[in-house]
Every structure is written in C-alpha cells, then in structure tokens.
Write a new protein. Structure first.
Length: 551
C-alpha cells in the first residue's frame, strides 16, 4: 500500500482533504476506526437523535465529573463512522462570524482572517436558498457540500422570527451571508432529503477517482524516523501494522482524538508524557490544552395549539414519516427540523452576537425523549464565547483507552452572567405578541425560576453540551509556546506531520462547528499543495450602535 498522504480520520476535515488532495493527483489513504454510514439512521435527517446515541457510530466519550455543574458527567459524542461527526450531528450549517476569524488572525493564525477563509467557504458550498431570500454574492454555487433550508411549513418557525423582530432585534435573510445578527431561516447540510455529510459530499467522490483508499483500523501512534513522520501505526484484525506515508501524515481525528494521538506519539506536555512512560519527541504544552465547547439549555413551552411534531412522537407516527422518507425522500423525515434561528448580542458593548438560538417545533431532549406536557416547542440557547477552558489528557499509554476529558464548564463569573442573560432574553422573546397564540405556559425552566440563584440552580442541573468541542491543538506562530500547529497546519517541533480539524481553532466560532471544520480541511489542503485562493474583502454587517445598544 503506497500513499503520498495518510489521513487519520474520515471526518469533516479528513474527507475534504482526501477529496482535494486526490483531485490534485495525490494518492491518499484514510484511516477510520468506524464503519459504514449506510442506512436510514444516519441518512434520514429527522432521525438525527439515533446515531448520536448508538455505540456503533459514536466513540461514547464522557467528561469527567464537572465541578461547576453539580459533578455531572456530560456526554461528548464524536462520530466513529465514515463521515465522522458530520454523519451523526444535527446537520446545522453555520460558518461562524467574520470577527471569529479576524480574532484567529490577530492571535497569531496569520492568513486565517475572514478575508482569507471566506473564499474557502464559497468553494466548498453549493448553496440553495429554496426561494427564501439570502445573499447569493456571499455564497458558493458549485462546491461539493450542498446547503439547503427546511420548508418552514409550520407556523411556529415564522412566529419565532417575528417574535424576535417584535422584541426589537433585526431580521436576517442569511446568517451565513453579510449579516449574522438577527432572526431568520436556519440552514442544514441536507440534499434531496438526505443527510449531506462530508462522506457523501467529499469522500465517496474521492474514492471513485481510484486514488483514495479507506483502511479500517484503530490508529495507535504516528511513526517517526529522525524527527520526521513516516507513517501511522494501526491495529486491525488483532494485528499491529504500519501504514507508510511517502509525503506527510495528517491528523484529522477530532478535537478529542487528535491531541490524544499527538501525545501517544510523543508530542505534548513533557511531564505528562513522561508520567505515562512515553518518550518525548517534542515538548508542546499546548497539546490537549485550550479545550472549549458551547453549553446550552432547552427553554421549553407548552403549546396552545396541537400543531407541533408531538403528534408524530409515537410508533405509528414515526413509521409513517420513515416510510414516506424511504419511498420518496420527502416529508418530515427530510429535514432536521431546525428551520429557524437567531443570533443576538447579550448586552451593549459587544460588537457581534454572543448568543445563539436553535428553534424546534417540539419539546424534546437530544436523546429523543419528549416532554411530559405533550404538545410544545423549544429554543436551544447558550452563550457563544465562554472564557472557561478545559483539557484533554491521557488516561494511560494504551491507545484503546479513552482520554480524560475535563471541560471545566462554567468556571468563571462571566459564564454565569452570560447564561442568565440567555434565559431572561429568551423569555422576553417568547412573551411577544407573535407567540401569544401558541404559548400556553413555560415548561422549562418554569415560572418558579426567577432570581439569579434560582436560574443558576437550573443551569447547574440542566445545561448540556451542544457538542462543539474544539481548540485542543491550537494554531499560532511557531514562537508561541502554547501553539501546536503553525498557520500552514504543520505540527511545530517535528517534520512531515500536519493537523487539520477543530483542534486547531484558537477560539471557538459562533454557532455549530461542522462548516468551520470542513473549511479547515479545505484550506490546509491548499497549504499542502502550495496554493491559496485570493482574499475576499467583503465587509460583514456589524450593528452600527453596538457600543451603546444591545439590539
């Protein structure tokens, strides 16, 4: 088996890289521990709560007890399947805000400002507005990744946006275009009724070229000769073997597994590696540090009208939706049901949104359990830029053991202030006239939760991860002792090894992380190939009175 490039991880970034490198004539081997993504549980958009809770498709990671959340252990799903987390996620498509990438650039990720990444977002997209407006000039037209909008037939989707407008916020026709701030339609990676994962968009077309091969196995470590990565040691079929790379090895194994692999390979905090008996190849204290995530709560309301998805939340209803989708690719099964969104600022003096809403026309948990109240709806809400930072560390030197995941959620006063603001601003939106025909009463948190202490107690008990871990091998200048990769994606301190996934984010971006992760794969591919797209200096919309007005 001969390959120019060996990629560890057939996830969002890895699939994009396999596609771009093979398109340039390179031979690529992709190592993936998980199996096939075939079948309705993954491919049917409305079935999204299933693969995330199935050990067949999910690594099954859990955090250590979180001291600021009542010592709860929070689940941290990561895709163990072709397509990685893009095959088990909620399919919500958010690029992030322009200011996120300018912050990356200013922190030392030179060449990763918004002007530099916007051309890659355009290159990767085939955007379909579905007649719902939007900003065509800001969007891609012929990329591999189809981005669509749900039909928004349920009146609740429009009532939510109108309630945001009545509360004094703006309306945006395209939060992935010129203006993120405001309320409007949400976008999804769905095409012709099917989940449009990185596997469907990138990997399967790449395999058809004959230059890409997928090898199923567990990556154990990167193999080095004289400080240069020459291959990857894997376990498959009970045997240990080495997959050689003629040019480079690329880690794209997730923000949980990529730092783990670096440490198993001798790259990381020297004391920690020595503690586990691993010879130190490069002392990089930033490996496994800087872990970030989005936390959210589900604010739920009982519905006056029986128009929510609850009427299908039974065996017969689900069977009808499933059958319609299987035979026609249409109906409720063809959408993730997240069809309206909002991005707002929590207070004056913040220049771009720091709160995100996902609206859903049913009151249900992520594990698929419906609220006892019956008909209801909910908004997932949470702060975008928590100052809390966590760590990924090794449990042992055994590659089969899950790493130790400590998010350290809610560890600063600002986290609590921001989260209380989220809950109070959400209640205000649902109290607007547009929601009056639909809101019966608040299910969760519930009217009893009003004071800071009461809201804090609710958050402590009910905040959940939005499943956006990132930042554990951050990008920066080679002179930065805490940087792990340089702005070309090269791991600092060794040769022939790159990293390209959400690990390299210096700071978490606004919204869901699948789009930025794919963009990283697209852009690092160009760095490997020695080329780059010309910058795009389109200016994003920033609230003209952000310094003095919250909305």
């Amino acid at each position: 088996m001969q390959a120019d490039y060996v990629i560890v991880g057939a996830g969002s970034a890895g699939c994009a890289m396999a596609y771009r490198l093979s398109d340039a004539g390179k031979r690529v081997i992709v190592i993936e521990h998980g199996g096939t993504d075939a079948g309705p549980f993954i491919q049917m958009p409305a079935a999204l709560s299933y693969p995330m809770n199935m050990s067949r498709y999910d690594w099954g990671f859990q955090s250590e007890p979180e001291p600021h959340l009542g010592n709860r252990r929070l689940v941290c799903p990561r895709g163990k399947v072709i397509g990685g987390s893009s095959s088990i996620n909620g399919m919500v498509y958010v690029r992030g805000h322009a200011r996120d990438y300018d912050h990356w650039r200013d922190q030392g990720a030179d060449g990763w400002g918004y002007a530099d990444v916007l051309p890659y977002f355009k290159r990767m997209e085939s955007w379909h507005s579905g007649g719902h407006g939007g900003d065509p000039e800001w969007r891609g037209k012929d990329g591999p990744l189809h981005v669509t909008r749900g039909p928004r037939k349920n009146p609740l989707f429009h009532a939510f946006v109108e309630a945001g407008r009545q509360a004094g916020y703006g309306v945006t026709g395209d939060y992935n275009g010129e203006r993120q701030e405001g309320f409007g339609p949400m976008e999804q990676t769905v095409w012709k009724g099917q989940r449009w994962s990185a596997a469907n968009a990138y990997l399967k077309p790449a395999i058809k070229t004959g230059r890409v091969e997928v090898v199923r196995g567990l990556a154990r470590r990167v193999v080095f000769q004289s400080g240069r990565a020459t291959g990857v040691e894997i376990e498959r079929g009970g045997k240990i073997e080495i997959i050689p790379a003629n040019s480079e090895v690329i880690l794209a194994a997730s923000s949980i597994n990529s730092p783990k692999l670096l440490m198993l390979s001798g790259i990381g905090p020297a004391d920690h590696l020595t503690e586990h008996g691993i010879p130190v190849l490069a002392n990089r204290p930033g490996v496994g540090a800087n872990l970030q995530d989005h936390l959210e709560v589900y604010t739920q309301f009982a519905s006056k009208q029986p128009i929510t998805l609850y009427k299908y939340w039974n065996l017969i209803g689900k069977a009808v939706i499933g059958a319609q989708w299987l035979f026609t690719g249409k109906g409720l099964g063809a959408s993730n049901q997240f069809e309206s969104a909002g991005f707002i600022r929590s207070r004056a003096g913040i220049d771009y949104p720091d709160i995100q809403f996902h609206f859903l026309p049913i009151a249900v948990r992520y594990d698929g359990k419906a609220a006892a109240e019956g008909h209801g709806f909910q908004a997932h809400v949470g702060p975008m830029r928590s100052p809390s930072r966590g760590t990924i560390t090794l449990r042992s030197s055994d590659p089969r053991e899950a790493p130790v995941i400590r998010f350290n959620y809610m560890s600063t006063d600002q986290d609590w202030r921001d989260f209380r603001a989220c809950l109070r601003l959400t209640r205000e939106i649902f109290a607007q006239a547009a929601m009056e025909p639909f809101v019966k009463h608040e299910i969760q948190p519930g009217a009893a939760y009003q004071t800071d202490a009461e809201l804090d107690a609710f958050i402590r008990e009910h905040a959940e991860s939005a499943y956006h871990p990132c930042g554990t091998a951050r990008m920066g200048r080679p002179s930065d002792p805490m940087a792990v990769v340089d702005p070309e994606g090269r791991v600092i301190g060794v040769d022939g090894l790159r990293l390209a996934d959400s690990s390299i984010f210096p700071r978490i971006t606004n919204g869901n992380l699948n789009a930025p992760s794919i963009m990283v794969g697209e852009k690092v591919s160009d760095h490997i190939l020695g080329r780059r797209l010309p910058s795009d200096n389109s200016e994003p919309w920033i609230h003209p009175n952000w310094q003095t007005a919250q909305r």
